[in-house]
Design a protein around this ligand. Structure first.
Ligand SMILES: [Zn+2]
Length: 435
């Protein structure tokens, strides 16, 4: 179940040599491209790729989202614009888009790493992949699409939304692989159940690749129960390439194998950017070892995860990253305690009476900052969840107030995903009637 076993199961020392060689190539390409990354390399005393080895990584300059914004739209291409065959990106926060160019070779690499992820989920020629990731500027839809074609599987390019049509296609085409966001997997699973399609009764899905938003082990259990498949995590971002940077294997499903022959990964301290020991959660930083357009050295993702290198049942020797446990920017500081919303989610979803939709309200009225978790019943009403406040206090080390609303009480965005955190300053409450 490996698409490129030579690369995925390569002995670790041999891969390190390959990474070092490719890192030197990346540094040479960046220096030749003469952008901000070249300026910083020269300022750090690097004038040639031959000057650096893997051990020098911590002293090499980092790249941040602001650098991509400052160079928008063509400043970070790194190749003549005529060599770019496609652009992708994200709408980004604050309405400022991030745009990334791909050469023909970049597209090949991207298709291959997505094919690796699909093969790792048990897909192959003959498989049918129902692709409900959005198609367009966003990398999700087209990334998976190209990966499936590369693997020789058949793609159903349904894209996001229009759930009734998705149900018809799943019932009629009987796909074995599902690709979408985890929140949409829940909506789809509930809609399929309403249409009488359940595991063992009309559903043929064997595995799903879910990504593009953070999700918890509890959400995994709920997706697996609803859809009767193995729910696997996949990770990627357009600034690095898109989906396929890392993915879980079907055999272990306990961490995502990073395709580190293409994407050199580090976990660093989110505040100081210094390297952290293996197993310690930190901010993921990637260097694109083989990219031509949009090459980045030590790109700071803002995503928090821990790296682990250990033998895996699947035979891959690629380092594993844990599920993303938070965002550097999402981190809330409540009475001096650092809290990631995902930690609260894990506790809330551990209660079977509650729906996966929740809202965290940072109450900034008055002197202090209080955290309030709004959640809702899965069904019309139910027994009050037991001791949630006590469990939250035990896990987070800080008091969190809990309010349980009727089903549907937590506000949604138009794509159905709950808004996770709002601030309550003076004036109207974020939810009508909240006191
Ligand atoms: Zn594995």
């Amino acid at each position: 179940m490996m698409f490129q076993p030579d690369a995925e199961a390569m002995p670790v020392e041999q891969r390190a040599k390959l990474q070092e060689e490719r890192l030197r190539g990346l540094v040479d390409r960046l220096l030749a491209a003469a952008g901000v990354q070249a300026e910083r390399l020269r300022a750090a005393g690097v004038t040639s790729g031959a000057d650096v080895g893997l051990a020098d990584l911590p002293r090499l300059p980092v790249t941040e989202k602001n650098d991509l914004w400052a160079a928008y739209p063509f400043g970070t291409l790194g190749v003549p614009r005529s060599e770019v065959v496609v652009f992708h990106g994200s709408s980004g926060t604050g309405g400022r888009p991030t745009l990334v160019g791909y050469t023909r070779h970049d597209l090949q690499v991207w298709a291959q790493v997505c094919a690796r992820a699909l093969a790792g989920a048990g897909a192959g020629p003959g498989s049918i992949m129902h692709n409900a990731y959005g198609y367009g500027l966003f990398t999700g839809g087209l990334g998976f699409h190209q990966g499936a074609v590369e693997l020789g599987a058949a793609v159903v390019p349904v894209s996001g939304g229009m759930t009734p049509r998705q149900i018809t296609l799943i019932r009629d085409l009987q796909p074995d692989i599902l690709a979408c966001t985890p929140s949409y997997a829940i909506r789809l699973g509930e809609a399929l159940a309403d249409a009488g399609l359940r595991p063992g009764a009309g559903l043929t899905l064997r595995a799903g690749l879910f990504g593009a938003e953070p999700w918890t082990a509890a959400l995994r259990a709920r997706i697996e129960e609803l859809l009767g498949l193995r729910a696997l995590d996949i990770y990627g971002l357009s600034e690095v390439i898109g989906p396929g940077v890392a993915a879980e294997c079907f055999e272990a499903a306990d961490g995502l194998h990073v395709n580190e022959d293409h994407f050199l990964v580090e976990a660093v301290d989110p505040v100081t950017a210094s390297p952290l020991p293996e197993g310690t959660p930190g901010e993921l930083v990637f260097s694109t070892l083989t990219r031509e357009a949009g090459a980045v050295l030590r790109y700071r993702t803002g995503d928090i995860s821990a790296l682990r290198r250990e033998p895996c049942a699947c035979g891959r020797t690629l380092v594993k990253m844990s599920k993303i446990t938070g965002r550097r920017d999402d981190m809330l500081v409540i009475r001096g305690v650092n809290i990631y919303p995902s930690e609260v989610e894990r506790v809330l979803l551990g209660d079977g009476a509650l729906s996966p939709d929740y809202l965290l309200v940072v109450d900034e009225r008055g002197d202090g900052r209080e955290l309030l978790a709004l959640c809702e019943y899965r069904t019309v009403s139910g027994p009050a969840p037991a001791d949630l406040e006590a469990r939250l206090r035990e896990v987070l080390g800080v008091r969190v107030g809990v309010r349980v609303l009727p089903a549907g009480g937590v506000p949604r965005t138009e794509v159905g995903k709950a808004v996770r955190v709002v601030r309550w300053t003076e004036g109207e409450p974020p939810v009508p009637g909240l006191v």
